[in-house]
Structures are given as C-alpha cells and as structure tokens.
Ligand binder design. Structure first.
Ligand SMILES: [Zn+2]
Length: 307
C-alpha cells in the first residue's frame, strides 16, 4: 500500500513575515492519518485551527492566505510547496503570527526542516485526486491574458510560462516543465526564490507590505538588472519559482493531484480558481489509493524516502 506521510518528530523555525515584517515562530508537528495539514494560530487567546482546503483560501493578493473563524495565515504557499514536493499528507503547523516566515524566499529551508524532522509512513492509504477530464480557467485578453489548466496524466507534472518584459528576465528561460516522476523537487525547484522589482517594493512598503523583504529573501531587480550580488540560483529561477508557487497553491486542495498542470502567466488567484473549478465538476476527478505501491505513478512511492 502507498502510505500517508507525516513527520517523525517536531521541528521549529523562527523568521520574519515577508509582508508584515513581524517575527514569527513556526512549529511543525506530526499529525494522525487523515488529519490533513492544519495551521494553528497559537498566539490568539483561544487557539484557532485552519485546515487547508481550496475553500479556505480567502485572499490571493501577493500571496495565498487561508482563514477560518476570523483567524488568518498569510503566505502559506512555499511551505505547502515543500509539503507537496516531499509528499507530506498530515501535519500541524503551529504559528505565532499572521504570516508564515519567508526564510530565504524559496522552499529549500522548509524542505530542510521537514527532512531533518524525518518523514514517517502511516498506517493509512495515501489518497490522491486523479483528474479525469480537462478543466481550465482563463482571465483577460491580449497582453493581459492568463490561463491555467489541469488535464489527465498518470503522475504529476507542471508546465509554466511567464512573459515578463524585463532585461533580466528576458535573458533567462521563461518556460519550464517539471515532472515528479523524472525530476527532483529538492534539487530542481525548491531553491527558486521569490522575486520583485524595486519600484513595486517601494510602492508596497508605502502600503505597509513587503516590510520583511530584502536581498536575503528575494531576487530584487531594478529596471535593468538583478541587484543580488550572488546572482541567480538557476538560470531560469523566475519561472521555476512560479512552478514552486503553483505546487504550493495546488497542494491546498488537501490531497496530492494526479494530473498535468499547465499555465500561462498564472498566479495565486487563478491557481485557486482552477481548484474550485475542478471541485465544481464532480465528474472531472476521483479519489484514488494504491494498494500495490508498484502500481502507483512514478515519483510517489520512492518520493522522499522515510528514514
Ligand atoms: Zn512564491
């Protein structure tokens, strides 16, 4: 049987929120089979649980925010991406503020944390959502056109294309495809950092956003070039970060997908709309488990070996 996964032990991290600039403590704890991933605001007088789901996403401006009963957690996508990449099904995320720490702006710190805690296999079958029919969402026309789509695929792969008219981005790959069956999430995707432009950062700061952002947790560009002295981690780091984000946004579904995702200039809002579109067509998907691990699509059984 292909089993559900959680952590072997708890692990903690301290950092700042990208937008709030607030110091925040994060504790990742093992959770029982079929718990799913549950954020818990432990700083509130009465702790509030926020289980992830497509419907829990209530704001997608700049980052993915989930809420429940008036409590919120912003910027969940990089941690969710690491959980998707390592196949984590069940996890408690205790958090002492409204925003997940940005750490180095990628998912690699979360991958490191999860792997150091150790991954435990659980006595319950891992449940996937298998896409049976194509679903698509679109927005805008011409230069502002964007779309995202899920189609049936025996595995999980993502293709993304960006279209940034900027000298520092033009010279890099603007399209990338990543397949869980043949690629390595930690090596190929997890290290890609978020990025921003100085002129947007100045505007965001004036509006009380990006207060925790800087060269140590983002790729920052002026009108011409990348300002980080160390340069890029991948020559196509920008579009790889969009794949990282999409994996995080899609993991909010609550179960891993068996599908091919493809997108053009998509973002947090459209990714969430795509999940809701899928869920609104009950004939477009089914929940499956694999009694025989050998029959599971490549990249899931061997994924992040439990040790
Ligand atoms: Zn991101």
């Amino acid at each position: 049987m292909l089993q559900q996964r959680t952590l072997k032990s708890l692990t903690k991290a301290v950092g700042v929120g990208l937008h709030s600039g607030q110091r925040v403590e994060l504790t990742l704890r093992p959770a029982a089979p079929d718990t799913g991933i549950v954020f818990r605001r432990v700083d509130l007088p009465q702790p509030v649980d926020i289980p992830i789901s497509a419907q829990a996403v209530t704001d997608t401006r700049l980052a993915s925010t989930i809420s429940s009963g008036g409590a919120k957690v912003h910027t969940v996508e990089h941690l969710m991406s690491a959980c998707a990449g390592l196949g984590i099904d069940n996890l408690y995320v205790d958090i002492t503020a409204e925003e997940v720490p940005i750490l180095d702006g990628s998912a690699s710190s979360f991958v490191f944390l999860l792997q150091s805690a150790g991954i435990a296999l659980q006595a319950a079958p891992k449940r996937f959502i298998r896409v049976l029919k194509p679903v698509e969402v679109r927005e805008g026309q011409g230069a502002s056109e964007k779309w995202a789509r899920l189609t049936p695929y025996n595995g999980y792969k993502l293709g993304f294309e960006i279209d940034f008219d900027h000298p520092a981005v033009d010279s890099t790959g603007q399209r990338v495809e990543f397949d869980m069956g043949s690629g390595s999430y930690s090596r190929d995707i997890a290290r890609a950092r978020t990025f921003g432009f100085t002129k947007d950062v100045e505007m965001m700061r004036a509006n009380g956003l990006a207060l925790g952002g800087g060269l140590d947790n983002a790729i920052v560009m002026d009108d011409y070039k990348v300002l980080n002295t160390d340069g890029l981690r991948y020559n196509d780091e920008f579009v790889k970060h969009k794949i990282l984000d999409a994996m995080g946004d899609l993991h909010l579904l609550g179960k891993p997908l068996l599908a091919a995702y493809s997108a053009f200039r998509s973002g947090h809002a459209l990714n969430n709309k795509l999940l809701r579109e899928l869920l609104s067509h009950s004939d477009a998907y089914e929940v499956v488990t694999f009694e025989d691990e050998e029959k599971a699509p490549q990249g899931f059984a061997q994924l992040a070996r439990a040790w």
